[in-house]
Write a protein that binds this ligand. Sequence first.
Ligand code: NAD
Length: 311
Amino acid sequence: SFENVGFIGLGNMGSRMANNLLKAGYKMTVHDVNCNVMKKYSDMGVSTKQTPFEVAEASDVVITMLPSSSHVLNVYNGPDGLLQGGDLLTPQLFIDSSTIDPQTSRKLAVSVSNCILKEKKENWENPVMLDAPVSGGVVAAEAGSLTFMVGGSEDVYLAAKSLLLSMGKNAIFCGGPGNGSVAKICNNLAMAISMLGLSEALALGQSLGITASTLTKIFNSSSARCWSSDSYNPVPGVMQGVPSSRNYSGGFASKLMAKDLNLAAASAEEVGQRCPLTFLAQNIYTEICKDGHETEDFSCVFQHYYSGKSE
Ligand code: NAD
């Protein structure tokens, strides 16, 4: 069992996840490059450290929730990084919940397993790593209802499950190292493409004379029904309580979607998988960001790419 939990990356997602771990009673040590964030935690009485390595020294398990692969690599392998002095590490387990490319997750898992534990635990000779990206966004992070997609060894996943369930409602084992990252980028790829397809169909329908509300009703009781149509409709006025009903604010930013599509496109090239729609979706979201909508929710693709119309 893990008592001392280190947490690095206390941004939109990480701060909420760390708060749920505090509520669950874990002893926390945290680090972020943002001094204001660090001050907030030290004011709350949480132990804060200046470097990832100092967090590692105080922790049985370290969780990272950082923007992208380069930040994760820096926190693990950089000077004063988590794996500094890799022949004698304190944490048994490293969990990275950032959305990063699967190849980086796999390389890190190898680097971690090549290190040695300062104090050997029963059945646990070397430190181990799980990639455990999340689905759910800040609302689910706050409510502790995230879904974790976990790659690594199954025994380690089972050992970490109760820790993960302090921050989420689901943890799904995806297979070997990197498979959590694979699941995450593929989920977001499918979500991006279904949002684009739905937006295109709704825009065409409107141009041909049917309202988006009527067309959505048809889709939701027909074969075009999808999460984008029935839970996250992109046309202003069709649904309440979704980003399209509040000028596309407060959802999943287009720039984050563009980042995830870049990961999917790069991974597709690496393995030589044909993914024509991935590249098209990547271009569309890159364009939307360039046009100044990068902080708007990704459903703004309806408004800014397909149509100027709303209900
Ligand atoms: P964020 O930018 O709000 O937070 C990142 C935090 O990491 C910041 O506080 C930043 O100061 C800190 N940081 C950056 N570099 C650092 C370093 N070298 N050392 C220590 N701290 C450092 O990002 P976020 O929205 O919390 O997202 C984090 C990850 O979760 C991303 O990979 C994102 O794709 C993924 N994600 C986000 C959402 C969402 O809705 N926001 C949903 C699912 C997954």
